[in-house]
Design a protein around this ligand. Structure first.
Ligand SMILES: [Ca+2]
Ligand SMILES: [Ca+2]
Ligand SMILES: [Ca+2]
Length: 239
């Protein structure tokens, strides 16, 4: 009835190896969490006092990045690069996405858009990112009824974890509306140089901004709708 010594010891050895393997993986490589990010346009007819788009605020396709440390897309108080200018003036993401994909400090990046391109009321955009604690998310997309305004997360971007707990739910309160400092402003929905009034194929049209610093969009005599009257961003971690 006695088992051989080998049969008695083998299960213990195997269990020990598995335990050792697991704990080593946990130390060196935290398990990534997949997040689904949903960007919705919640503007309505009459959100702006203009007849263009019936006063709704179309949102352009956007660029996103996952990274640690400083925001890789822009620095408030400094000038925009050409990629951010193209997003803020014309909703064109390709240059920024190429820059992000060449940046070894960026762990994930890409473009997001609704079916058909622009993010319009009732037509959300979704994308997924993979992240570990310490990672941040940044996005940039155009407030289309403007000369050079874009929505992004404020500060250095959105922390995707509180400690080790994935962020979940509506994160719109972390969104800011910025002026890219690349084109002189007219009130939302007015003037000849905003995207809806330009030739659809025209890019980089409009006088240079007097102030070239990226800064919060200013209500310089303008009425600017509250962020949560135009955009809603929701984050859902996979369980
Ligand atoms: Ca401007
Ligand atoms: Ca323009
Ligand atoms: Ca320009």
């Amino acid at each position: 009835m006695k088992k051989s010594l080998v049969l008695q010891v083998l299960p213990l050895l195997t269990a020990g190896l598995l335990v050792a393997g697991c704990s080593e993986d946990e130390v060196t490589e935290p398990t990534a969490t997949t997040f689904t990010v949903t960007v919705e346009n919640v503007s309505q007819d009459g959100t702006l006092a203009t007849t263009r788009a019936n006063g709704a605020v179309p949102l352009s396709p956007g660029a996103y990045a996952v990274y640690q440390g400083a925001n890789p897309m822009f620095t408030v108080g400094q000038a925009s690069d050409a990629g951010l200018e193209a997003i803020a003036e014309d909703g064109e993401t390709a240059m920024t996405v190429a820059t992000l994909q060449a940046n070894s400090a960026v762990k994930g990046s890409g473009a997001f858009m609704a079916t058909g391109g622009p993010i319009l009321p009732g037509v959300p955009a979704t994308f997924t990112v993979s992240a570990v604690p310490g990672d941040r998310l940044q996005i940039a997309l155009m407030f289309v009824q403007s000369n050079d305004w874009f929505y992004a997360f404020s500060g250095e971007g959105l922390d995707l974890f509180n400690g080790s707990t994935p962020v979940s739910g509506d994160v719109t309160s972390s969104i800011a509306l910025y002026d890219a400092g690349t084109e002189e402003d007219t009130a939302p929905g007015t003037g000849p140089d905003q995207k809806p009034a330009q030739d659809p194929n025209a890019i980089n049209v409009g006088s240079a901004d007097d102030n070239t610093a990226i800064r919060p969009a200013s209500d310089d005599g303008f009425s600017i709708p509250a962020n949560n009257s135009v955009i809603r961003v929701t984050i859902t971690p996979a369980s």
